[in-house]
Write a protein that binds this ligand. Structure first.
Ligand code: KG4
Ligand code: ZN
Length: 328
């Protein structure tokens, strides 16, 4: 089934054409306007979505070589995310669905991230354990079957990606900081500072204490010392995040008896995370990461989830609206 999909939940404008789990095109524009503000400005984001949605869609159709008349369904992110940004994609998707008289399906952004693993590994099927790590979410999810999710644990404060971005800001690195910390940490010593690994109960996570620990550590050092050791500090912080994620994921693998584990979301790109998870789980569970182009926010993952939902008979009407705080 050929699906035209949209993802506009935050500061990415993305359109894709998928045929089942096969991606025919996936065009994503990341707004750079927010860099000067050190974070996403909702008003700027929604205005940019309006400006970009049509050019990005036209490009996605052109790259796919699929005509609008061949599109069999429309999928769009319905939440969670910024309400203004979400509404742009939703109104646009509803309009196209109505014009083409094709079925419309609203997709949970978090479910989209999970389906990014299915795009890169079409043989992958539930049941599986999922660690979802992004800028807004850090969750351990047991996916018993398609559309059957059990939330095992969440972050009690900051998301892992948010911690990366905040600490990057403290270190004077550009926004979003995750990829910059990853890059400079390669030259650093992960044991240079022993930052705390929070251990909240069960499968929950917590990163705000770590962020504060980095802040207090930096306050005690001279500017010269920080400049000289920035790679070591970044590597030590990254190590603490990865260790915390690994600890709870190992516990969840043990308790669920999972045979498959997928790590998805923007932070799943982190090279140290991939390295430590591979060495911890090889021979124990089958470990799946999405290909890099499907880790961050993109419409292909929304199309893949939308495809499976439409196949299972799910449909939305023209009353589809945005759900900024939607959960799985
Ligand atoms: O999934 P995503 O693109 O958007 C959300 O739904 O939030 O995730 C974005 C987050 C940002 O916080 C970004 O800094 C982080 O993913 N990120 C990384 C890396 N690449 C992106 N964090 C650590 N290491 C990376 N290589
Ligand atoms: Zn996301």
């Amino acid at each position: 089934m050929k699906i035209l999909a949209f993802e506009t939940s935050c500061d990415e404008t993305s359109a894709a054409v998928v045929d089942g789990l096969k991606v025919l095109s996936n065009v994503t524009h990341t707004q750079l306007e927010h860099a000067d503000f050190g974070g996403v400005v909702p008003e700027i984001a929604s205005r940019a979505q309006i400006r970009l949605i049509w050019p990005i869609t036209r490009k996605a159709l052109a790259v796919s070589g699929v005509g609008l008349d061949e599109i069999e369904g429309i999928a769009v992110t319905k939440g969670p995310g910024l309400i203004g940004s979400l509404l742009v994609g939703i109104v646009f998707a509803k309009t196209i669905a109505q014009l083409l008289r094709r079925p419309l399906i609203g997709v949970n952004h978090l479910e989209g991230h999970i389906f990014s693993a299915f795009i890169s590994h079409p043989e992958l099927k539930p049941p599986l354990l999922v660690l979802l790590v992004s800028g807004g979410h850090t969750e351990l999810v047991w996916m018993a079957d398609y559309f059957d999710y059990r939330l095992l644990g969440v972050t009690l404060d900051d998301a892992a990606g948010e911690a990366f971005d905040k600490v990057a800001k403290l270190l004077g690195l550009p926004y979003p900081g995750g990829p910059h910390i990853d890059r400079i940490a390669r030259e650093g010593d992960p044991e240079f500072v022993n930052f705390p690994r929070a251990r909240p109960k069960d499968f929950d996570f917590s990163f705000s204490g770590l962020k504060t620990a980095v802040l207090y550590y930096l306050r005690k050092q001279s500017k010269e010392f920080i400049e000289e050791h920035i790679a070591d500090i970044a590597a030590s912080f990254q190590e603490a995040v990865v260790d915390s994620l690994l600890l709870k994921t190992e516990k969840a693998v043990e308790q669920t008896g999972a045979e498959k584990l997928a790590v998805v979301g923007g932070v799943s790109l982190n090279s140290r995370l991939r390295e430590k998870f591979r060495s911890a789980f090889t021979g124990k569970v089958e470990l799946f990461f999405p290909e890099p182009q499907y880790c961050g926010d993109n419409a292909a993952m929304i199309g893949a989830a939308g495809h499976v939902r439409l196949e299972h008979g799910f449909r939305d009407g023209l009353d589809l609206t945005a759900y900024p705080n939607l959960q799985l």
